[in-house]
Design a protein around this ligand. Sequence first.
Ligand SMILES: O=P(O)(O)OC[C@H]1O[C@](O)(COP(=O)(O)O)[C@@H](O)[C@@H]1O
Ligand SMILES: [Mg+2]
Ligand SMILES: [Mg+2]
Length: 341
Amino acid sequence: MSKLITLGEYVIHKQQDFPHATGELSQIFGAIRLASKIVHREINKAGLVDIIGASGSDNVQGEQQQKLDVYANEKFKAAMEARGQICGMASEEEDSFISFNEGHSKGSKYVLLIDPLDGSSNIDVNVSVGTIFSIYRRISPLDGPVQLEDFLQPGNKQVAAGYVIFGSSTMLVYTTGNGVHGFTFDPSIGVFYLSHENMRTPEDGKIYSINEGNYIKFPQGVKQYLKYCQEMDPETNRPYTSRYIGSLVSDFHRNMIKGGIYMYPSYANAPNGKLRLLYECNPLAWIAEQSGGKATDGRRRILDIEPTELHQRVPYYVGSKNMVEKAEEFLRKCPDLNGAS
Ligand SMILES: O=P(O)(O)OC[C@H]1O[C@](O)(COP(=O)(O)O)[C@@H](O)[C@@H]1O
Ligand SMILES: [Mg+2]
Ligand SMILES: [Mg+2]
């Protein structure tokens, strides 16, 4: 059997693709790896430790924070600050960005955006959840303070993006623009090993993922596309199968492996949908594209959207290229993007 390659070894090996690489990015991956192991350990014994349930506070988006949201946020923050390669971090669980630009982090050139715990509604019911991250090179001067503009960069400027999925196994999946690679965690020795090199999203699939509980509020185009998904036509693999875990990371991961589309549209009382551009949609959009898939807001390429706010939301259609294009076709035909009033 060929030698198992660890995440650390692989990132360093791949650094050769970047002649000017200085090793800071692999250091950052080291910190993500460490925090993921700590969160993995807590999640795996969630029922036994005081980690389930609400924390009693809300985040800047008015959402009730789960204890594990806060726990994961603290662990990633501590790991990043300790490693000293990140000058600032923005998180779903923090109102504004945090600057680490002191001491050994002073002058570091990278910023991190993170959804520390994705799929919060599934924590207490033992359904897979995840972490989503996105890394940029700062644009403000290295010797000055970290600025909001360092975080409000379009997704096509990411230098690394990825997610950790805490499911039947724990996996870390990432891209630095050289394909998408997955690593499975071996808890017996605490190491992530390469298990899925060069992951590819099938151009077509037969799974659609959407919260049909919101059906009545969906834009006409989405209703039409769902009708298309449910029609009988063996030649085009229809009807498709509906699968919705309610954790973006898990629905995305399954659809990337099997072929499928995940949709979180805009609707009447949520004109921009629910998902956050900077630390949910951009990183997964880059992974989708790097694996041959596609990600749009129904009209625009997600990675080209110019961000204006840290926690802004966008409608999201991501997955198999032909399925996303078909959904866009229906949305173009019925342009009432914001659904029934
Ligand atoms: O319950 P809904 O409205 O279908 O929303 C589910 C979606 O919201 C999310 O839970 C939002 O992410 P967070 O859990 O990080 O807030 C996604 O993971 C998931 O796909
Ligand atoms: Mg999330
Ligand atoms: Mg979250």
